[in-house]
Design a protein around this ligand. Structure first.
Ligand code: FSO
Ligand code: SF4
Length: 546
């Protein structure tokens, strides 16, 4: 087998990509990512054994977090960038080892590599399949994927100057634990829940970072049509990149539009003030192939999800930054002070035609926790009077699979006395479908990006308090979540840690769950997949057996 990866929902046959990723990841990139993760495990072993104070190694923390982020699905397809990162991390590892004077360590902390071929050979023995027991493998990988999600959010928070060293400590502990053969499956289940706990922590940290810097999201109407000016499209999740791009394009005669997960940026007061921040272009990540063609202008990827461009013309217009990367695309590196120079993108935009209009209309969003709490009285009255019968949390990701039409049909067939709470790119399956409102409350409340699923948990906890309930599961809230990549894994683990039961996960259960681990998740947490739209709606509304 040339490679093995089963970290995302689109993994081949829901078992594993073994020749080339369904995402477009090559065998070399898959192997290099495995080796990068293995190197991080070596660093973690040294940090743990030497009991080093993680606050004293902030550069190491940032590089570890960035390395994890680079291995998230659809973030970085550039073998050179990953190879350079491996070399950097081996250097950091050896430095740490020398500094702490610890030797007699596992291979991950000791191995050395000279050439690209060495790297690929080594990678062949340290990937997912290096663990024989399928339950242990499943738990180790679930923890690792959760850590990737934590790392993504920790990096965004760090860009805004917010850090929590206990999160870094946990990353080291958990990474080193995935090589610890003394841990039982029960130990790993406990560690999985602690991964969820740290997921809550990092999402809270990022929420605080975003709201303290950009203000609390507010109800906002986002334009879907275009203007007749040259323009830049920005995708991904990093709001500090958007902030810098908006400042640098001010007065330049170039408009800025969001794509995919950048849409919720429009909800923040700090960005709404820019006249040239026009609206959202297109849909979720997987529709970018056609949408980038008609956009005409340059595209900036701040994070995933990148789809390999089909033409040279589009590839030449794609720029990446941060953990994102694609071979042949210009990568923008920050200066020492963290500032990024986007002048090359702005210059290119001025030479290209304005975007072609692909739709008109608007999206209404901005229902993060602060905004929803101000509407709490109206919502509680609507629940008490029976105008709202149930809330459906439909957060998560969108993806290419036909089976995801389920989510559009599900949203459309829900009765008019139900409200959808959403976050992440899953919303594109129904947010434009005019599902109406209940009084002043829209039937689709978008809290923001996938990390803003935290907002949905805060809202649930607030409702629990208002209704005087002892258990979050007594609320009239159903969780029907769509997943795709590893940030969704940490959102799921965070919800499990918060005690949410009976989550439905689709369109398929993760391929990385072994039958044994699935059994535990079903028995302990009531986790299940999805069925047909009719059966599921009937079950959720209590007219059918669950
Ligand atoms: Fe979507 Fe991609 Fe936000 Fe993910 S754009 S799929 S879970 O990166 O992060 O929801
Ligand atoms: Fe396959 Fe997903 Fe891994 Fe890509 S990220 S190689 S699609 S499992």
């Amino acid at each position: 087998m040339s490679m093995f990866c089963f970290q995302c929902q689109e993994t081949a046959g829901n078992k594993g990509c073994t020749i080339r990723g369904v995402c477009g990841k090559t065998e070399d990139v898959a192997k290099l990512q495995d080796l990068l993760i293995y190197t991080l495990k070596g660093i973690s072993i040294i940090v743990r054994k030497s009991r080093i104070n993680v606050s004293s190694i902030s550069d190491v923390n940032h590089e570890v977090v960035n390395s994890l982020f680079m291995t998230i699905t659809n973030a970085n397809f550039d073998p050179d960038a990953i190879q350079t990162q491996i070399q950097k991390m081996i250097g950091i590892r050896d430095d740490l080892r020398d500094r702490t004077g610890i030797d007699d360590l596992d291979d991950a902390a000791m191995f050395s590599i000279e050439t690209h071929e060495d790297m690929l050979e080594k990678a062949g023995s340290v990937g997912v399949l290096a663990t024989d027991d399928e339950d242990v493998r499943s738990l180790r990988e679930m923890i690792t994927y959760g850590l990737k999600g934590i790392a993504a959010y920790a990096e965004h928070a760090f860009h805004i100057g917010k850090e929590d060293s206990s999160i870094y400590s946990f990353i080291y502990e958990a990474l080193s634990s995935t090589l610890d053969n003394n841990l039982s499956a029960d130990d790993l289940v406990a560690l999985t829940l602690r991964t969820g706990e740290n997921g809550v922590k990092v999402m809270a940290l990022l929420d605080e970072a975003h709201t303290s810097r950009f203000g609390n999201p507010e109800i906002t109407t986002v334009e879907l049509g275009v203007r007749n000016h040259p323009a830049i499209l920005i995708s991904g999740h990093d709001l500090t990149d958007l902030e810098q791009l908006l400042k640098q394009t001010e007065g330049a005669g170039v408009d800025v539009y969001t794509h995919g997960e950048m849409l919720p940026a429009h909800y923040y007061p700090a960005f709404r003030k820019y006249d040239h921040f026009v609206g959202n272009y297109g849909n979720a990540w997987w529709k970018q192939v056609g949408e980038f063609e008609t956009f005409h202008g340059p595209i900036l990827f701040t994070t995933n999800c990148i789809v390999p461009p089909k033409s040279e013309e589009v590839r030449a217009r794609i720029f990446t930054t941060g953990a994102a990367g694609y071979p042949g695309c210009t990568h923008i590196v920050p200066k020492e002070n963290g500032e990024k120079d986007f002048s090359a993108i702005i210059k290119m935009a001025k030479t290209l035609p304005a975007p072609e209009q692909i739709e008109t209309g608007t999206i209404v969003g901005g229902f993060a926790h602060n905004q929803v709490v101000t509407l709490a009285d109206t919502i509680v009255d609507a629940v008490k009077s029976g105008k709202i019968k149930k809330f459906f949390v439909m957060a998560g990701c969108d993806g290419r699979m036909r089976s995801r039409e389920y989510y559009t049909e599900f949203a459309e067939q829900l009765p008019s006395n139900t409200v959808i709470l959403t976050a992440g790119c899953a919303k594109y399956r129904y947010i434009k479908n005019r599902l109406g409102s209940i009084g002043d409350i829209p039937r689709v409340l978008d809290a923001g990006q996938c990390n803003d699923s935290y907002s949905l948990a805060v809202i649930a906890l607030k409702l629990k308090e208002i209704f005087g309930l002892s258990d979050i599961n007594q609320l009239p809230i159903v969780y029907n979540i769509a997943w795709y990549e590893q940030k969704a894994v940490i959102v799921l683990l965070a919800l499990l840690f918060l005690g949410v039961k009976n989550i439905h996960l689709g369109p398929t259960l993760p391929g990385f769950l072994s039958p044994g681990v699935t059994k535990v998740l079903v028995e302990k947490f009531g986790l299940s997949g999805i069925g047909t739209v009719e059966d599921d709606i009937g079950m959720f509304l209590g007219s059918k057996e669950s």
